[in-house]
Structures are given as C-alpha cells and as structure tokens.
Design a protein around this ligand. Sequence first.
Ligand code: FMN
Length: 183
Amino acid sequence: MNNLDFLTQRYSCGKLSEPGPSPQQIEQLLNVALRAPDHGGLKPWHYIVMTGQGRERLGDIFAQAVTQNGADEAKISKAKNMPLRAPCVIAVICKYKEHEKVPWVEQVQSAGCGLFSMQQAAVAMGYGGMWRTGELARDGLVRDALGLEAEDELVGYLYLGTEAVSHNCRKPLPHEQCVSYWT
Ligand SMILES: Cc1cc2nc3c(=O)[nH]c(=O)nc-3n(C[C@H](O)[C@H](O)[C@H](O)COP(=O)(O)O)c2cc1C
C-alpha cells in the first residue's frame, strides 16, 4: 500500500491481543512520537509505556479512582481491567511549559500529534491501535498518580496490540460536511 492510501484508509482497532510491540519496536514508536511538530522546541511531552504488570499498576489506579467516586463492584472491576485490553498501553501527557508564543492548546496538539504518529507507526508495523480517553483521563486521582500538574493534560491512552478482529474502515466522508473552499 502506498503512503497516501495508508493515510486515507487509516483505522483504529479496539480489540487487541498478544503479541504487542517488542521493546525494540516500542523504542521505534517513541522515536516517531519524539518527531512530532513542536512550536518553540519545548518538547512538552511525557510518555508512560505500560506493558506486562505495569498495566496492572494503571488498573489499580483506575480502580482507586472509580472507588473514590462511589462506583459499585462491577464498575470497579471493569476499571481495574481496562488497561489489560491490550498488551501495551502508552499514556500520553502534555507537560505544559509556559511560553509567550506557544499557548497551552498548541502544546496539547503537539502531544496529540505524537500519540497519533505512534498509532500510525504501529499500524505500519502490523499492529492495531486505539486512542482512548474517557473519564479516567480527566480524573484528579489518576492525574496525580501519573504525575500531572495543574496545567498538564492527559492527552490519551494509546492501546496497542495485535488486531483480534478485522477492523472497520470508516466510509469516506462527503467533503461538503466539513470542507469549504475559498478561491
Ligand atoms: C482525543 C480522542 C479520544 C478518544 N477517546 C475514545 C474513548 O475513550 N473511547 C473510544 O471508544 N474511542 C475513543 N476515541 C475514538 C477512537 O480512537 C477512534 O478514532 C474511533 O473509534 C473511530 O475509529 P477510526 O479511528 O477507525 O475511524 C477517541 C479519539 C480521540 C481523537
């Protein structure tokens, strides 16, 4: 598949199983992320790579967060198991750096580019990936446990692994819905 078809037909896959990317492949993915566009060269990024039991550590944090929010046993158990949905989870954090020319939103976008680049690179390696957020990307206890400060943003969790189901590629969108031309 050529590069343009690859980009045009991109897709996510939420059902992921073993094997996940190897440690060497994860390093390659991080090399891709660290090439994200970066206004001012601030490198406002932190990537936490979780594999094996490291995912259980995140699951424990999720369980604590929903417990604190009054969840029942079923929801606690669901939250605990969320990071086990894929062999590798990478939490992508924007570490905001105050700068007169680079506002917060640009720094978050830069971290988002890093996350998306990794997802694309993982697919190019033959894996599947899914960008997830949800309430557990915004929860205060989770933010604290992952080391975020007040102005940092948890941009998302990138779930990576081998596609366990065939993926659904979205139909091409009619351009009129979201494009206008000034000529
Ligand atoms: C910032 C962001 C957060 C997302 N969070 C979730 C999420 O928490 N759960 C989910 O099912 N999909 C989430 N998605 C959507 C999926 O990553 C994916 O894009 C969507 O399922 C459409 O599939 P596709 O990428 O194959 O078109 C999120 C996407 C973005 C950009």
